[in-house]
Design a protein. Structure first.
Length: 218
């Protein structure tokens, strides 16, 4: 009975946490980097101390939202990488486009995750001095490690393949992040043009490498 009760309590807590994250998402979509704990608490119909009880502070809420959106982005990237009946070049372009389409579709969420200090709300105790690098760097590292694993599983890079896959994984993520950040701010040309330009940049040795025998292909 006690175990069942604990399980019920855990499920209820998980549902409540999901509801709070959905409320946070709505505020972030509206306010972007300026999303405050006060506004999120009001959207959820609770007081800020209750919000703190669930997430600790804005950094804790940020990390929870980052996991939520990174999981969704990674699922999309994996689907693009594993698209059936596609050439490697098409998979590369689809992967780049998936990332850029995600930040284009929800620019306020992207800015909240990558540039949370762009706007300030001094009225929110504990939110001043929010360190963007300390919080966004783990998100980019996770994307880099995931992409490195995909490359290592699919591409025959010869001697030193693990080292090269990690360098490429983090390098590609860094390129997508920097180029996407610039493009989202300035919109100098259509997204498809950026996809093609970045794919051209990547294409050198990646085009020449073979698939790993027995691997899923890339």
């Amino acid at each position: 009975m006690e175990t069942s009760q604990r399980d019920d309590q855990q499920r209820a807590a998980e549902r409540r946490r999901k509801e709070l994250l959905e409320a946070a998402d709505r505020v972030v979509l509206r306010d972007g980097p300026g999303a405050s704990m006060n506004a999120i608490a009001a959207e959820a119909g609770i007081t800020k101390p209750i919000l703190y009880r669930h997430f600790g502070d804005k950094g804790g809420l940020y990390r929870a939202l980052a996991v939520r959106h990174t999981d969704a982005l990674l699922a999309g990237l994996r689907a693009a990488l594993d698209a059936p009946a596609a050439t490697r070049r098409e998979r590369v372009e689809a992967t780049l486009d998936t990332y850029l389409a995600a930040i284009e579709a929800r620019p306020q969420v992207y800015r909240f995750l990558m540039h949370p200090a762009d706007e300030g709300h001094p009225s929110d105790h504990g939110e001043q001095g929010f360190d963007v690098g300390r919080h966004s760097a783990p998100l980019l590292r996770r994307l880099g490690e995931e992409l490195a694993q995909v490359i290592a599983e699919r591409v025959d890079l010869g001697p030193g393949s693990d080292e090269l896959a990690r360098a490429w994984g983090h390098g590609i993520v860094g390129m997508m992040h920097a180029a996407g950040d610039w493009w989202l701010r300035e919109r100098p040309f259509p997204r498809a043009h950026l996809v093609r330009h970045l794919a051209d940049l990547l294409w050198g040795r990646l085009a020449a490498a073979g698939d790993l025998e027995g691997g899923p292909g890339f």
